[in-house]
Design a protein around this ligand. Sequence first.
Ligand code: SD4
Length: 309
Amino acid sequence: LKGNPTVVSTWDAGLAANKAAWEILGKGGRALDAVEKGVMHTESTQSCCVGLGANPDRDGFVTLDACIMDESFNCGSVAFLERIKHPISVARRVMEKTPHVMLVGSGAQQFAIAEGFPLEEQKLSDDAQKAYTEWLKKSEYKPVINIENAGHGPFAPSQFENGEWNHDTIGMVAMDTNGNLSGSCTTSGMGFKMRGRLGDSPIIGSGLFVDNEVGACTATGQGEDVIRIAGSHTVVELMRQGLSPDAACKAAINRIVRIKGKAAKEIQVAFLAINKKGQAGAYSIQKGFNYAIRTNAGEKLIAAKSHFS
Ligand code: SD4
């Protein structure tokens, strides 16, 4: 055995996702299978920000983004996908069954149906319907400050700290017993976003990047600001230069903070990475980001360090 199997994923919902991933990793299975299975759990169960139970766009439709990447630079992605329960699995099919990397919108849905994925009913979950009805009262569109805040106005620092907003995108990266790395990322994006808006999560190099020689990284938070610096790719390249996962995530966050200037106070971005030694690390702009890790030694939820404390 070359590697100690390790899986990390974003937020506390990552604990349950890691457990699903561990059913594969713990038995010596492939990291790619583990990262798909792991986040499928979140797609089925989470409300708010992942899967069909999530908050809709401002026109009232749930649109989903996901991507997956294996140890050999194979990658697949779907974006702006509607009425399909497991976008991560469609992303994997794009990777394995088409000559392409990304499919979007109705084309992605058409491909999913052709692959046998059921077309689900167009219906908001009870929680999402409630949140949307509430949002419609003002219909305020302030994407910068509303991100991850369910449209309820600017962040107060206490919201970052007490985790009111921390049900979120799930990004997962893992190493298997062969020492191979893979990653997955799935989300409904920003609640009450403009119709057609994509974040970083389905974009290889932004929401997720895997380089089996070096390490893997995933991102959560305000996608626009992750895309701006090709975030996950940046973190992996920093690890290539010798930085630890913690230090690489911190350097990438510092870059965003520098670019954003004063506006950095109003956004959250977090990176989560592992390297080939199976070491994990993370860093975020705001306090409150945590990640779940599972190894042979057990499971843990770790609070990441942040730029603002
Ligand atoms: C996006 N990064 O669509 C995703 C959303 C997210 O925490 O991670 N929110 O921008």
